[in-house]
Design a protein around this ligand. Structure first.
Ligand code: GFB
Length: 318
């Protein structure tokens, strides 16, 4: 990709898409093609066809998807499987038909089998039962990954598939019902600090382990792999270390200055016990993340307080 290449970032307003836009602009890409959801409905095949025929992007970063945390996935299975299948099928097919030179597809570490050996290697995909709370999303993302491989094999289409670990950062979703765990805990714990609450309720047992990658590191890895990766196998993108949900809560409490306690709601699911990625293939290519978990939480908390938290208590802490 060159600075004047026409690069379409699908989903540029979301957590990953906004980071990709920041990363591309920082690297001097001056020909980004961007469409708000209201301007282009990616679930509508005819609208996607018209867009690609008119705009003819050279590169596509497919960051548009229906995403959410464990509760959203578990409670809205039809939306998660339907919307993700429609988006990826429409965009991958239209990109190939309109001569896109390379497309980047984003899977997720949650598409691995629930009880696969740890750390997860790319060859463990499809070797066991999925985590029930998000199997709908996982099946859709596995289909997208397979579509990239099929279009490479049959048509020689340059599509690469990344498997990122849990992501977080600015522009994340902090809604307590639909969000992932890290932004949810920032919301809950910072609110408890601001209101003086004595306890914060977390879901599950607190024992599951999660790996977290700051979203600007993911964006950097995406552009790195767009330049240096052209294999049909998917590739893991993570930081190579994980923490328990309990340890995560304690770290966020330290960063936001909350000194109260925690209780755990056993009525909520734990989900996958662990999903640590083996990132040796990515490391061997020469890429490493730069933002550690504490620093990433500090940046994300600051963004949350400036853009999401309301009220004098929060703003006085900004
Ligand atoms: O990020 P998360 O919602 O989803 O993390 P997954 C869920 C883990 O955090 C579970 C615990 O062990 C929850 O019990 N947890 C504790 C909480 N308190 C909370 C809370 O207030 N909110 C949330 N959300 N969790 C997702 C997949 O799995 O991983 C998605 O469902 C996606 O499809 C994402 O792939 C990357 O990490 O379990």
């Amino acid at each position: 990709m060159k600075p004047d290449s026409r690069v379409y970032i699908a989903g540029h307003r979301g957590l990953v898409g906004a980071a990709l836009r920041r990363c591309c602009e920082a690297r001097g890409f001056r020909n980004l093609v961007l469409r708000e959801h209201a301007q282009l409905e990616l679930r509508d095949g005819q609208a996607v066809e018209r867009f690609f025929a008119a705009e003819r992007p050279e590169y596509v970063l497919l960051a548009a998807a229906r995403v959410g945390g464990i509760h959203a996935n578990d409670s809205r299975p039809a939306e998660f499987i339907r919307d993700n299948l429609l988006i990826e099928a429409n965009v991958i097919d239209a990109a190939w038909r309109h001569g896109v030179r390379k497309l980047l597809f984003l899977g997720s570490s949650c598409i691995y089998p629930k009880l696969a050996p740890q750390p997860l290697r790319e060859e463990y995909l499809l070797t066991g039962a999925l985590e029930p709370t998000n199997e709908w999303y996982a099946i859709a993302k596995l289909a997208g990954l397979k579509m990239c491989q099929a279009y490479r094999r049959q048509y020689g289409f340059q599509a690469i598939a990344l498997l990122p670990t849990n992501l977080y950062g600015p522009h994340d979703n902090f809604d307590l019902d639909s969000s992932h765990v890290l932004p949810a805990l920032i919301n809950k714990i910072d609110t408890a600090r601001a209101t003086g609450a004595a306890r914060v309720t977390l879901w599950g047992s607190g024992s599951p382990r999660r790996e977290f990658l700051f979203v600007d590191d993911l964006a950097d890895a995406c552009l790195f792999l767009m330049q240096h990766y052209a294999d049909e196998r998917p590739i893991n993108v993570g930081c190579g270390e994980d923490v328990t949900i309990r340890e995560l809560a304690a770290l966020i409490a330290e960063v936001v200055g909350y000194r109260g306690g925690f209780e755990f709601d056993a009525g909520r699911p734990d989900g996958t016990p662990r999903k640590l990625l083996d990132v040796s293939r990515l490391t061997a290519l020469g890429w490493r993340p730069r933002v550690d978990l504490r620093r990433g939480i500090e940046i994300t908390c600051d963004w949350y307080r400036r853009h999401v938290a309301r009220g004098p208590a929060a703003s006085s802490a900004a």
